[in-house]
Design a protein around this ligand. Structure first.
Ligand code: ARG
Length: 459
């Protein structure tokens, strides 16, 4: 039965219920709702609305429900009630009669849902923090497996300069570390308690809102009742965290899809994260990676959808806001799965170190080194760039690498070139020169890797 039936003479239409009922998706907040209700019953005890006995009855019954939900014995999704708040209250009243009917004193579903949803988001943020750490661990392991492997670095998907494999891994570690800190930061703002704000104007009962906040693990109560019940920026921030991190996952997936192509041949993905073709027997497709890239569409969409839903809403609560849940619930699920499977893909990947090295050696990625060499001989960089360009053209015509041009051919273009040029053109040379902080030299990369491994072992 609806919580608000008194003023109505006839019931809701079926179609209205289809659009209005949120139980099909908000039932997952059952434990949060019951936890909030226990704390609210304690607040009601403190202001004399409930007796000690009544509060005890409520608390015991709700704790019993929580245990059953957690054990998977109580599924609240198939109730006739419109939302999770109504189901919990109905079940309580079913058990305790009038005692259950007292619980909603001084409370509104508006402060209730805002509280439940913050608790739900906070709980999932904690899980996602672990998922992010799990993925950075997988990247560190992948880096440590091949500390000296060299592969081509790209710009415009054209071979640009060689880099170390762990340098690539650590680039994504940096991104996922920022995703983690962004999420932690979002949780700080999310972690404020709306309960005790009433429908919009505050509650008439002199409850201790600091106490309520603390009991629910919040850092403080929301300071304005209108804001507390009507803002959903904590959801938007979580969606933004999910979107940005999914974008990072997707870029990493795109790199790996390319590395795994027959054309690049830098790595082989494991059977557990790839699939075959029903027609072409030779195929082994990088489906997990493609899906990580593909899932971005819906996650970014959920962020956009909620921004649009919220933008025109007058204060305070409006039913439009019930649309805040499905998107983020899906986003959080997809983000979680993608973070976990990204780690599995990295664990399964086998790097073809020889092929990576060979590719890094091709594509004239040591041209910058040649230009720098000429600068060392007193030639202005712009001129050095031009001379090197001419030599690249010549090498392309001869079908060879820069280091395979005879000295005489090089000297014909620039007489400052000597046979010390060949050392500069060697693959390791360019890498070893990039030893300023953040560069790809073996020494800077090792330092970065050990720093991260140490941090991981300390935590
Ligand atoms: N199911 C609703 C939601 O998710 C709960 C709040 C309902 N409040 C109200 N005044 N109708 O937003």
């Amino acid at each position: 039965m609806a919580l608000w039936g008194g003023r109505f003479t006839s019931g809701s239409s079926n179609l209205f219920r289809q659009v209005n009922d949120s139980l099909p998706f908000d039932h997952v907040m059952a434990v949060e709702d019951m936890t909030g209700s226990i704390v609210w019953s304690q607040a009601l005890l403190s202001v004399g609305v409930l007796t000690e006995h009544e509060q005890q009855q409520i608390e015991t019954t709700l704790n019993n429900f929580i245990a059953r939900v957690e054990a998977g014995e109580l599924d609240m999704s198939d109730s006739e009630e419109e939302d999770i708040h109504s189901v919990v209250e109905a079940m309580l009243t079913d058990k305790l009669g009038d005692i259950g009917r007292k619980l909603h004193t001084g409370r509104s579903r508006n402060d209730q849902v805002a509280t439940d949803f913050r608790l739900w988001c906070r709980g999932h943020a904690k899980q996602l923090q672990q998922d992010l750490t799990h993925l950075t661990d997988a990247l560190l392991k992948a880096a440590a497996r091949h500390q000296q492997a060299i592969l081509p670095g790209y710009t415009h998907l054209q071979r640009a300069q060689p880099i170390l494999w762990p340098h690539w891994c650590l680039a994504y570690v940096e991104m996922f570390k920022r995703d983690l800190s962004r999420l932690e930061d979002a949780v700080i703002r999310m972690n404020q308690c709306p309960l005790g704000s009433g429908a919009l104007a505050g509650t008439t009962y002199q409850v201790n809102r600091e106490r309520i906040a603390t009991d629910l693990g919040f850092s403080q109560p929301c300071l304005n009742s209108l804001d507390a019940v009507s803002d959903r920026d904590f959801v938007l921030e979580l969606l933004f965290c999910a979107s940005t991190s999914m974008m990072h996952i997707s870029r990493m997936a795109e790199d790996l899809i390319f590395y795994n192509t027959g054309e690049a041949g830098f790595m082989q993905l494991g059977d557990a994260v790839t699939s075959g073709s029903s027609l072409m027997p030779q195929k082994k497709n990088p489906d997990a990676l493609e899906l990580m890239r593909g899932k971005c569409g819906r996650v970014f969409g959920h962020l956009q959808a909620l921004l649009v839903t919220m933008k025109g809403l007058p204060l305070a609560y409006n039913k439009d806001m019930q649309e805040d849940k499905e998107g983020v619930m899906d986003a959080v699920t997809q983000w979680h799965i993608c973070l976990r499977i990204a780690a599995d893909v990295l664990d399964s990947a086998e790097l073809n170190v020889a092929r990576c090295r060979e590719a890094a050696q091709q594509g004239y990625s040591n041209a910058t080194e040649l230009a720098d060499y000429l600068v060392g001989k007193g030639i202005p960089f712009r001129t050095a760039h031009d001379i090197t360009g001419q030599l690249v053209v010549e090498a392309i015509e001869k079908g060879c690498a820069l280091e395979h041009l005879p000295l005489s051919a090089m000297q014909a273009v620039c007489n400052k070139i000597d046979d010390d040029v060949y050392a500069v053109l060697a693959l390791e040379y360019g890498i070893s020169k990039r030893c300023a902080l953040g560069g790809t030299s073996q020494e800077t990369v090792n330092e970065a890797l050990y720093r991260e491994l140490e941090k991981r072992d300390r935590s």
